[in-house]
Design a protein around this ligand. Structure first.
Ligand code: SF4
Length: 365
């Protein structure tokens, strides 16, 4: 277990920073590279320059504990049907106008944060609840990397897996240590134009593409990618085609891609829901580009949410939203019809958690 220096309850010394020539502290955790005067907080709000270094002010201050189906992360090829203890903290290093968890990610006060939840207590709670894994989600775990790493280590010590749900906005300096502790990830690829990232997320596309390539070629982390299609902003046939071509060329055919439906939220309430037809069209484009596993999300679409064998085309795992149906994998995770191995991680039998979502109070820890 990492030895953290505790400054005060909920505050630990942070990693990944340097001193700039003008005496400020630069955070090197994400590409935003905030340069901070003493006492100043970064864009993410939870990292602060203090006593000549950086501190993380949300260590152990988890909020929103829920037991979710792993398919909700979404991960369709990582122990399907199992449950995952999911939680976040507060703040975020992106500023997405369409954020679907804005009450957490935009929290500017610690009152959004829950009670103290030590990494060991989180892992213990997951074991007691029968979860296969724990997930850092709701807000981006990159900003609370030290806490996420310690929770992942505690999870591993109890035989659980650790999952990061992230926008992939992390520096090449920090990502090796962060992802060395993660078994799986879902990375948001929010669009395929820099303009979208700049205008709607106050971020940039290139570092995200770089993280995706790095995950695929330099790590063993199982990851899937999600693109939330927002009508009129990132859902054009041309943009989806360019995204799919890049994906096939840089990540290969076996990384699953999820196209999910937007619902009006936060600062984009004037944009309509994504029609199911847009998701189906994007999925068809991605399959035509050569990707093997492409899914629709946030709608009912059994055909678009089920998994098919890349060799023989037969149905392997039937899904409707988060509910599993027919299961045609052999005990080794191969196609029951032709034996071809399905990319991902599978237990001999599917989990039985179903589509349930169950809140867990930290007082129950
Ligand atoms: S992690 Fe936070 S403080 Fe560090 S660079 Fe990113 S937004 Fe700034």
């Amino acid at each position: 277990m990492s030895e953290r220096t505790i400054v005060e309850p909920g505050v630990v010394l942070g990693q990944w920073w340097r001193r700039t020539a003008d005496g400020r502290i630069q955070c090197d955790l994400c590409p935003r590279a905030c340069k901070l005067h003493e006492g100043q907080r970064g864009f993410c709000f939870v990292r602060q320059a203090r006593d000549g270094g950086i501190v993380l002010t949300s260590y152990g201050r988890a909020s929103g504990f829920c037991i979710d189906p792993i398919e909700k992360k979404p991960l369709n090829h990582f122990y399907p049907g199992t449950s995952v203890l999911s939680f976040g903290t507060a703040g975020c290093n992106l500023g997405c106008r369409f954020c679907q968890n804005w009450d957490i990610s935009k929290a500017r006060a610690m009152d959004r944060l829950g009670d103290w939840a030590a990494p060991e207590a989180v892992a213990e709670a997951a074991v007691r609840a029968g979860c296969r894994s724990i997930a850092f989600t709701y807000n981006d775990p990159v900003i609370f990397a030290e806490y996420a790493i310690d929770c992942a280590q505690a999870a591993h010590a109890r035989g659980l897996k650790a999952v990061a749900v992230s926008a992939g906005y992390i520096t090449p300096l920090a990502r090796p240590e962060f992802y060395a502790h993660m078994d799986a990830a879902n990375i948001d690829l929010k669009a395929f134009t820099d303009q979208f990232y700049h205008r709607l997320c106050f971020a940039a596309l290139a570092p995200v593409l770089d993280t995706l390539r790095w995950l695929r070629h330099a790590t063993q982390v199982w990851f899937e990618v999600t693109t939330l299609l927002i009508p009129g902003h990132n859902d054009s046939e041309d943009e989806v085609a360019r995204l799919c071509d890049w994906f096939a060329e840089n990540l290969g055919p076996d990384v699953p891609l999820h196209f999910t439906a937007f619902h009006p939220d936060f600062k984009m309430r004037d944009v309509p829901h994504t029609p199911a037809s847009t998701l189906v069209r994007a999925r068809t484009q991605a399959l035509a580009a050569g990707l093997h596993y492409v899914y629709t999300g946030n709608v009912h679409d059994q055909a678009g949410q089920s998994t098919y064998c890349a060799e023989c085309g037969k149905l392997l795992i039937e899904r409707d939203w988060y509910e599993l149906g027919r299961w045609n994998l052999d005990a080794r995770g191969g196609c029951a019809f032709c034996g071809a191995r399905l990319a991902g991680y599978f237990d001999p039998r599917p989990g039985r958690w179903g589509a349930r979502r169950q809140q867990v109070l930290s007082s129950q820890f």
